[in-house]
Ligand binder design. Sequence first.
Ligand code: SF4
Length: 327
Amino acid sequence: MTSDLPELLPARMLNEFVYCPRLFYLEWVDRRWADSHDTEQGQFTHRGVNKRSGSLPEPESGDSVKRVTALHIESRELGLVAVLDRVEDGGDGTTVPVDTKKGRPPASGQPWPADAVQLYAQAALLRDAGYSVDRGVLYYAEANERVTIAIGDAEVTAALEIAKQAREVAARDEAPLPLVGSRRCPRCSLLGLCLPDETNALLRRGTESPRRIVPRDPDCRPVYVTAPGATVGLKGGRIRVLHEDSEPIEVRLIDVSQLCVFGNVQVSTQALAELWARGIPVLWFSYNGWLRGWAQGEMSKYEPSWVGWRPGLGHLRFGGDGLTVAR
Ligand code: SF4
């Protein structure tokens, strides 16, 4: 796998590595990903800084930095790449990287170590490009708090050392073992893929019994259309089911995980296109519930979704490998 890895290590991955080396390996080497409430909220928090705007003046020009967001910067020498949320003018000839985080800083007022290392790496990249950097800012959105941290040679060296360690871990054939009894795991988005307590129990690491995993309650549900002669169309951001015997039924698309139609139910082309654009699969069943076929749009390889359970069929599961049936 390591020969497939990009040459440049994203600064964001240093954050993951400090949080948990196994998390880093699963994401960077195995390319596993799973969304969680936290990751979704993080993306929402970044909506104001994930669009490229402005550019940095030449380092020696003396011009001040205007508002710069989503700045791509990389260095083959350092082996690092980053997209900086924001870069500000320090007002004293320095340039200040500002990294946005969705949560809150620790009660100590100091940044979380993983966040700090990511910022150090960003500073290293700016310095490498010729800019003077002696501090950075972590903006914690939930608390609306800016934490300024000093960044000197020692911090930059520390970030580069951690990058070196991360590369050594990435070169291994297997992911590091899970953390044992760590409070980090319940908040980790890869908890359901990593299964730290279960893996440790099988390896007889740690003494406590596995903590219970509480599956998240999905925000959306399957929609079953079973009335013969019904038609499924689109109206705004909703699917609309029409049938001569009842009032129209509308369901918001954001509430739909999959559309299952039984018998001679018609689905409009517009509805199909919109469902697939949103990654919502459509399944066609016979009147009696036998699966006849299905169709789906582009889907992530690593985000399978359980379609549900059908009598006589078992669990239907979609993923990058198509449909599988688990009895
Ligand atoms: S669940 Fe725990 S051990 Fe597994 S990757 Fe996440 S933080 Fe690491």
